[in-house]
Ligand binder design. Structure first.
Ligand code: PLP
Length: 364
């Protein structure tokens, strides 16, 4: 049977070699497995040029588990956060802070606008209690690519800390920890590093590690405890997703061998360009203006046609081996097509042919 092509923002399509790396049963206490863990932490820090500035911490579970662990461990009970949001993942960070009982305010830009750095600076000026700013790198619900560099500058100038949810950006969007010594940057194995789900990771700035002690509300999501355990024993605190960790080491080795971040970004940009141009030729419109489009995922507006039904469109594409993603917008009907994953640009040409045929049949 032909493997489906996942045009979704995680899980994503993985190579056969990455899948095959999972055909090994590691013992979680075993030295071989500890070495795999150490390799991954080293490589992730290397990818962000963070070997000298940040510690890499891994956490079992999906990306949200790590977002929750990071916010809980870094933002103390006396602290206050500013959550910048323009979509579902920004909103989710505010929800997490509510669960945690942390103080926060929001800057809500709606569905498709980036935050203005001077507006962020103004909020920080007016509210000296704000200690942390949290932002999503690429807001996967719309595809918007947020200007994190400019936001970092104003946050740093105001003497506050920045935490970035770079779940769908890390490894593809440029990020250099020496140029941007953020408090933390978060991502997971099953996005631009093109591995399978099972764990997420975070880079925490060296000088903040000790300050995390005692902050977490949760035993299992305590980043300080997770990190100290690895420093002492080389091990994960609780059962690690061994097969997923083995796959990730392989996926990261492939990533580095292929040229790392610049090459990964170039591949996704090619995919994105072919996709957007082809879809526009078929009459589809993107939600975002070109300058805010990210090469991670693209939101298309549903065609203005009464015959159109997302489920039928979805099922027709699925029959041809393509899995796409429903929209996640509050106001308008839309759907999303991902650019990340191990599929090739040829797969996008095939997708466009399939969409042209499906549209001709459906809207005839
Ligand atoms: C994928 C993603 C997450 C995490 O989602 P999970 O379903 O928990 O893996 C968080 N933030 C962003 C921006 C994402 O793209």
């Amino acid at each position: 049977m032909q493997q489906p092509i996942l045009l979704t923002p995680g899980p994503i399509t993985t190579t056969m070699a990455t899948k095959e790396a999972m055909l090994w049963d590691y013992g979680s206490w075993d030295g071989d497995f500890n070495q795999v863990t150490a390799d991954i932490c080293h490589d992730i820090a290397h990818i962000a040029n963070a070997e000298h500035t940040h510690q890499c911490i891994l956490m079992q579970g999906s990306g949200t588990f790590m977002v929750e662990a990071t916010l809980a461990s870094l933002i103390g009970k006396q602290d206050k956060a500013l959550v910048i949001m323009n979509g579902a993942y920004g909103q989710r960070m505010a929800t997490i802070l509510s669960y945690l009982g942390r103080q926060y305010v929001t800057l809500d830009m709606g569905d498709y606008l980036p935050p203005k750095p001077n507006e962020v600076a103004g909020i920080l000026d007016d509210d000296p209690d704000i200690t942390h700013v949290v932002i999503v790198h690429c807001e996967t619900s719309s595809g918007i690519y947020n200007p994190v560099e400019a936001v970092f500058e104003v946050v740093q100038q105001a003497g506050r800390e920045l935490i970035i949810d770079s779940m769908s950006g890390f490894g593809a969007l440029p990020f250099n920890a020496q140029d941007m010594p953020v408090a933390a940057i978060i991502s997971s194995a099953n996005k631009c590093l093109e591995s399978v789900p099972g764990f997420a990771f975070c880079l925490v700035r060296n000088d903040l590690i000790d300050s995390m002690q005692g902050n977490a509300h949760s035993l299992s999501l305590d980043l300080y405890a997770q990190h100290t355990c690895r420093l002492k024993t080389g091990q994960w605190r609780f059962t690690p997703p061994t097969h997923s960790v083995a796959a990730a080491r392989h996926a990261i080795q492939q990533y580095l061998a292929e040229g790392g971040q610049p090459e990964r970004l170039a591949k996704y940009q090619r995919n994105c360009q072919v996709l957007v141009e082809g879809m526009r030729q078929l009459g589809f419109k993107t939600l975002l203006e070109d300058q805010w489009l990210s090469p991670i995922i693209v939101t298309f507006l549903a065609p203005d046609n009464e015959q159109w039904q997302f489920t039928e469109f979805y099922n027709a594409l699925k029959q041809h081996g393509f899995i796409i993603y429903p929209g996640k917008l509050t106001e308008v009907e839309s759907f999303r097509i991902g650019c990340i994953g191990s599929q090739s640009v040829q797969d996008y040409y095939r997708l466009l042919d399939t969409i042209a045929n499906v549209m001709a049949l459906e809207l005839a």
